[in-house]
Design a protein around this ligand. Structure first.
Ligand code: FES
Length: 321
């Protein structure tokens, strides 16, 4: 299989080797021919794999670029909120904790990385490096976003990791030479990818997705970061603290304001209760938040259960009704 494009150097007309300096038009024609040649030189199965991976990664970048809340602190879909959710469910959660203060920077990095990986794959610029980055990104998403999904084949990150790895080895086995060419033409190609990435990010900001507009105020969290058995503290639209739960039966939530004197209760993984730090009252969230321990060991009847908060699953999100 000959995966390396059969570059037609005659397209240059006046290549440097012939002593003349190539014009911009010559370089553009050369690049166009190179891209086409790279597709022509690949088998149909490799082309399908390459096209699907490249388009999907560009779509992933577009999904983030056109989401006004992705890089906006204080909104439900902000990357920092997503990382915060991943800390609870990811096997590399402790490593993610340190990245929280750089969440916006991490969001920009992921956004640019996805666009650049997709473009490089489709345009055959640093193809093996792009394939490796695609593989590493998929593994990263699996470890953070979908590690908790059972059975694993319901989530797509493991499948993408395998696809990128297979594509990488197709490229690797087709040519042992290092394909990173940092001569003038290589630098222009990389510059083109960065320019296209910047253009796509700008377009995404110019055409924001309506469904992702910030300020809707009702979305609580993406369902994918709330595995069955998880809890998620959140702030209600009215500013009140609350705690969301997901079980096999669905999602439900309670106000986190203690009905005794208004302190904020927290969920204890040890007792499986919502406990108040002020006078030690405890509520059972799995039995309608009934009082299981009264304040300062007073009667359980001396205070009310925690009020329920109406929530539901709406598409990919849990929302406050
Ligand atoms: S305020 Fe919660 S027990 Fe008193």
């Amino acid at each position: 299989m000959a995966e390396q494009p059969a570059v037609n150097r005659q397209v240059l007309g006046s290549s440097p080797s012939q002593g003349a300096f190539p014009t911009t038009l010559h370089l553009m024609a050369y690049r166009a021919k190179s891209v086409i040649a790279s597709w022509q030189s690949q088998s149909i199965s490799t082309r399908i794999l390459r096209a699907w991976l490249g388009i999907t990664w560009i779509y992933g970048g577009w999904d983030k670029a056109s989401d006004p809340s992705f890089l906006t602190p204080g909104t439900v879909n902000y990357i920092g909120n997503q990382i915060n959710g991943f800390i609870e469910i990811s096997p590399i959660g402790p490593l993610l904790k340190g990245s929280l203060e750089y969440a916006t920077f991490a969001g920009w990095f992921i956004l640019i990385l996805e666009f650049a990986t997709g473009l490089c794959t489709l345009l055959f610029i640093l193809p093996r490096f792009a394939a490796f980055v695609g593989f590493a990104t998929s593994v990263g998403l699996w470890l953070t976003v979908t590690f908790h999904v059972r059975p694993y084949f319901i989530a797509s990150d493991t499948a993408y990791a395998v696809m990128w790895l297979a594509y990488f080895f197709v490229l690797y086995s087709s040519n042992k030479r290092i394909d990173i060419n940092m001569d003038r033409r290589g630098a222009i190609r990389i510059g083109s990818v960065l320019a296209m990435t910047a253009g796509l990010i700008g377009l995404g900001k110019f055409f924001p997705r309506e469904s992702a507009q910030a300020g809707g105020g009702k979305r609580i969290v993406k369902l994918e970061v709330l595995p069955i058995g998880a809890q998620y503290p959140f702030t209600r639209a009215n500013g009140e603290a609350a705690v969301l739960f997901r079980t096999r039966a669905g999602v439900f939530a309670y106000s986190a304001i203690c009905t005794h004197q208004g302190c904020e209760v927290k969920f204890s993984k040890k007792s499986q209760h919502l406990e108040c730090p002020c006078h030690m009252a405890a509520f059972d969230p799995f039995q309608d938040a009934k009082v299981v321990v009264g304040p300062s060991n007073a009667s359980t009847k001396s205070i009310r259960p925690l009020p329920k908060v109406d929530v539901k699953i709406d598409g990919a999100y849990v929302v406050e009704v």
